[in-house]
Design a binder for this molecule. Structure first.
Ligand SMILES: Cc1cc2nc3c(=O)[nH]c(=O)nc-3n(C[C@H](O)[C@H](O)[C@H](O)COP(=O)(O)OP(=O)(O)OC[C@H]3O[C@@H](n4cnc5c(N)ncnc54)[C@H](O)[C@@H]3O)c2cc1C
Length: 377
């Protein structure tokens, strides 16, 4: 039986552990805290699911496949983990990112519709279309209950036979491992060995490996809103150029309205998880601009998370030594893809194909765009 050690029980590691445990691998999943712990990027209350990725077809296809995965996960869990509330993209220019996205989605037969800015009033109780050229409607996009989905995925992986080991793993120095046959990790003074190791360590990856990943602090804000702003009903929304996004109130946690501008450098293990005044002001300024009746809505809930950013926002999927794989650099846009990414990564570990060159160890050219513009606008 093939064996694998997956380090990290965020949504990437847990989804991979589940996939491999269900397809004939002996799986050990190592986590320094516990699946769904609040330092994880995956432990955000919610994450957006969308297929639009500008000119990028590869991610659009992957997201569309992942949608099935989220729906299946919800069915297995017996609860709705993915709320398909739709998403409105607020396009500031006629032939920009949203226009390119619409072309790709149409080519891939993924439903979408270009709408007039004034149509926004059909989707939100209050909407100011000022400064918008058009809207792009993705009816099958929506909101994932992220932390819950991560905990359930890890639990299903265990139920499928994965062994969950609590502790901080480091690469084994090779002494106790038969070189070329197995690869190993050290955890709690013990060396564990397997045919493959996958380091899915999120923002902790740069502590262990020389990877081009910068970790930034990201404040997430939810505002108290009247019932008419609940999701489903109210869709998710993104203003790519202004680096702002959110969705209506899911489960009484409030309407999410958050800046996606990249924050200051951050330590995911020891950093204080308190939002900055500036983060609140920034989120509110977009709310005021687009949804004026919410101008004085109080903050109801906030979370501090971190991005693990590569220079070009493309992920890292690379083999650093035979059998040793890095899976990271999610760059703030990895959650939605997790079930499909796990399937893709399983194919790589099975030797069916290699990773796309874009995920390799080459020098990356600084670019943004796969998430949002990454800059406040
Ligand atoms: C504010 C914010 C908003 C976002 N919004 C979206 C969105 O709308 N849509 C979307 O698709 N994505 C979004 N993302 C990105 C998404 O959350 C991440 O891509 C995804 O959660 C990454 O998961 P991961 O498993 O790689 O990392 P993590 O969830 O961080 O998990 C890594 C795990 O590895 C463990 N670990 C690390 N090192 C070790 C070690 N040495 N030994 C043992 N365990 C270890 C950690 O404890 C942690 O549990 C957002 C991210 C943030 C911060």
């Amino acid at each position: 039986m093939k064996s694998v050690i997956v380090v990290g029980s965020g949504i990437w590691g847990s989804s991979l552990a589940l996939r491999l445990a269900e397809t004939g691998w002996r799986v050990t999943l190592i986590e320094q805290h516990q699946p769904g712990h609040v330092r994880q990027s995956s432990a955000g209350e919610t994450r957006l699911m969308r297929c639009a990725h500008g000119t990028e077809e590869w991610y659009a296809r992957l997201a569309w496949r992942a949608r099935d995965g989220w729906r299946r996960l919800g069915e297995r869990a017996g609860e709705e983990l993915y709320t398909e509330a739709g998403m409105l993209w607020f396009a500031q220019v006629e032939d920009g990112w949203e226009h390119a996205s619409a072309q790709v989605l149409k080519n891939l037969d993924i439903p979408c519709e270009v709408l007039d800015p004034a149509d926004g009033a059909r989707f939100f109780p209050d909407f100011n279309p000022a400064g918008l050229s058009h809207l792009l409607w993705e009816p099958h996009a929506g909101v994932i209950r992220a932390r819950r989905a991560t905990q359930i995925t890890a639990r299903l992986a265990e139920a499928a036979g994965a062994r969950l080991v609590r502790g901080r793993a480091t690469p084994a120095d090779g002494a106790a491992v038969e070189v070329g046959v197995e690869v190993g990790v050290e955890v709690g003074g013990e060396v564990l060995a397997a045919d493959r190791v996958v380091w899915a360590c999120g923002a902790w990856l740069p502590e262990l490996f020389d990877v081009p990943v910068t970790v930034t602090k990201q404040d997430t804000l939810h505002f108290a809103v009247p019932a008419a702003w609940s999701t489903p009903g109210t869709p998710a929304w993104v203003d790519h150029a202004a680096a702002a996004y959110g969705h209506g109130d899911v489960d009484g946690v409030g309407m999410k309205a958050t800046s996606d501008a990249e924050g200051p450098a951050y330590d995911p293990e020891h950093g204080e998880r308190a939002v900055d005044e500036a983060g609140v002001a920034h989120a509110r300024s977009y709310l005021v601009r687009r949804f004026p009746s919410l101008a004085s809505a109080p903050v109801l809930f906030s979370q501090v998370c971190q991005y693990a950013l590569t220079p070009d926002a493309e992920w890292i999927i690379t083999e650093t030594a035979p059998g040793v794989w890095l899976l990271g650099g999610d760059s703030g846009h990895g959650f939605k893809h997790a079930p499909a990414l796990a399937e893709y990564m399983a194919g790589i570990l099975d030797g069916a194909y290699g990773p796309e060159p874009r995920f390799g160890p080459h020098e990356r050219t600084p670019t943004r765009g796969l998430r949002t513009s990454g800059q406040a606008g």
